[in-house]
Design a protein. Sequence first.
Length: 356
Amino acid sequence: MSPSASLILLEYNEYKSFYQSLGMIVRELIREEIEKLDVHIVSVTHRIKEEESLKRKLSLKDGKYDTLYDLTDILGVRIITMYSDEIDKVAEMLQRLFIIDWKNSVDKRKTLGIREFGYVSLHYICSINNTSKFFKNYEGIRFEIQIRTQMQHIWSEINHDIGYKSDFTLPTSCMRSFSRLASLMEIADAMACDLRNEISDYLKSVSEKIRSDNADDIEINRVSIIEYSNSNDTIQNYLDEFEKICRTNRIAFDADFFIKNLDWFGMKTLGDVRLLFERDCALALEYAKHVFAGMSTEIVTTSVALRFIFNAELIAKNYSLEQIISFYSIAIRDKERARTRALDLLEFKKNTQATL
């Protein structure tokens, strides 16, 4: 090992804690700034280069570095995003936050050939900005920041484990498999962005139709039923009245369970939901008064309140005892308890009809 390399190792051991402190500061500042962005970050981590790794690098590139400060990767920070189009948003933030050494930075997304697939990541070599709140003694110290997606990170780990650690050239068949896997993961990255955008566009479309009272044709799913339940005046007024009957506050409802109930009745669109509430709200509240009469309640979920709409539908239509038991069995595993509830509902229906 050359004298300069030996000197660098001595400096490394002396300043290792210095780099560790810088790493924690850089990481926390990045986290603070990321919170201001509309991005989904999986993790922000940092590491200090291990001594053995440094020795190998100095041996391979003997004479290239004169001092520890010539190395740009003693401190490494890694930002992992959920989606590929968020990398550029994070990159723009880093450009505002730090001084970028463009000569030594590399965007590996742009270095692959058009017929190649493989490891991609954005690598910035950074240093502290004079206008930042860091201590002056950190200025000029360069460090590396990698930005990649979670899928790219997984690929990098696989590539490192299977490829870089091999002491032999992989057979052609293995290299072809490597390339296929890389292409699939690149496709998955792109499809994840497309899916997120498609869901976002769908939610906007649903919201606009609901606000314009033109939602009858929208199919029932988790997204549409939550948006509709939160926005529909008839449903909200019904829930307000239900609160008064139970003398308690409501909490968020289980959309998946509500959809199961709707599916039992064969309801497929928000138009079906609209007609259900317009038809059965008054009867549902009357049955709620019957059930909760003299009962002390602390919490009644919105799911329970909405279930009374289905009770009203069972009362209003000619469902048999077995059919009603079948409906109650969605929520009640105990058959006898479900039967008792069904009999109570039928008794209420009988008494209601007798008073009409």
